[in-house]
Design a protein around this ligand. Structure first.
Ligand code: ZN
Length: 350
């Protein structure tokens, strides 16, 4: 995840300070030139003496010789009034600064809105790596369940449903068949996704469990151990940022990833409990330093859908109907996570 509301705030602050420094003494400027610098348009009606400046969806209304500007939904900004100088409309630098800092606030607010732009589904193992294997019975009752097949069936199902729900998001799957991308390759796929400043990617790895204890059964969701310290700010991407600020940014982002990973783990666990809770035990949330989870610079979780070493559960895990339910549970959990983060106000970072 390369989103950084902090960086956005920093940029907005720097823009506002630069504008202040430029202002110097109070002076009159051409509103059209100022608007061009803002990449905004100006409209003015000489009959009523009213007009507006529009930058994207940010609207500033003004009235000639009236020292109040109405911004957004009608908030009043007090500054020197616009005056008609004959060949141009004059705006004084204090009004320019007031409007600029309002624009900067809007930018910071937008940047703080979390959007999950990409979702990466990672069916564990594959190809020459079968993962855990459960073998039971003999003759026509013989049953052999490989983790890689369980993970792929569920992963593809979740992937297809996410693509259908969110055609605009980048939904990625690390393997579509019985192949074996290395762990490094899987993490690379995730870290290679290009994201905007307010966009995030989430990583969901799907596995099945094994235990020497044949009675162990049930599903669980792992997230990164919060004790584990990571370097999540990419030094290449952070060039130009004050080196003393880096460790602080890093610590804050890390905290944010952990919060989000725990929440994602919770929503997926809840999703699974909702669909298979009656037949399979809920083993809860777990914290660990899984390779895939550790190296992915984004909220990431690892789902263990059940034990292939428990005969009863292995039989369920070879039933397409049960696999579809597990897919439903993971899908519902992801949807709940995304909806929550995209629709709540503000950001977890502030
Ligand atoms: Zn596994």
């Amino acid at each position: 995840m390369r989103r950084s509301p902090l960086a956005a705030l920093l940029l907005a602050f720097m823009a506002a300070s630069a504008a202040w420094a430029q202002g110097g003494g109070e002076q009159w400027l051409d509103i059209k030139e100022v608007a061009a610098r803002w990449k905004a348009s100006v409209a003015y009606d000489p009959l009523t003496g009213t007009g507006h400046v529009l930058r994207g969806t940010d609207l500033v209304r003004f009235k000639l010789d009236y020292p109040v500007f109405s911004v957004g939904q009608g908030t009043a900004l007090r500054a020197t009034a616009i005056k008609d100088e004959g060949i141009r409309l004059g705006i004084r630098s204090d009004a320019v600064r007031a409007i600029e800092s309002w624009f900067a606030e809007r930018d910071a607010e937008r940047a703080s809105h979390f959007s999950v732009a990409a979702i990466l589904i990672d069916p564990g193992h594959g190809g020459r790596d079968p993962g855990a294997i459960g073998e039971f019975g003999s003759g026509k009752d013989r049953l052999r369940v490989a983790e890689k097949d369980v993970a792929l069936a569920i992963g593809r199902d979740v992937y297809d449903r996410l693509v259908e729900r969110w055609p605009d998001k980048r939904i990625i799957i690390t393997r579509r068949g019985d192949t074996f991308p290395t762990l490094d390759e899987r993490v690379e796929m995730a870290n290679d996704v290009q994201l905007g400043i307010n966009e995030a990617i989430i990583y969901v790895s799907i596995h099945a469990n094994a235990s020497f204890n044949k009675s162990a059964s049930g599903f669980e969701v792992w997230y990164l151990n919060p004790e584990y310290r990571r370097t999540v700010v990419d030094p290449m991407k952070a060039q130009g940022v004050d080196e003393h600020v880096l460790p602080i940014l890093n610590a804050m982002l890390e905290e944010e990833y952990t919060t989000e990973s725990v929440f994602l783990a919770k929503t997926i666990l809840g999703g699974l409990a909702g669909v298979v809770g009656e037949v399979s035990a809920n083993r809860g949330l777990r914290a660990e330093e899984w390779f895939v989870v550790r190296n992915a610079k984004m909220p990431s979780v690892l789902v263990e859908v059940g034990f292939v070493t428990n005969e009863e559960e292995a039989r369920r895990l070879s039933d397409p109907g049960h696999l579809r339910k597990l897919g439903d549970g993971i899908y519902n959990g992801i949807v709940e996570f995304v909806d929550y983060f995209e629709h709540r106000k503000g950001s977890s970072a502030q």
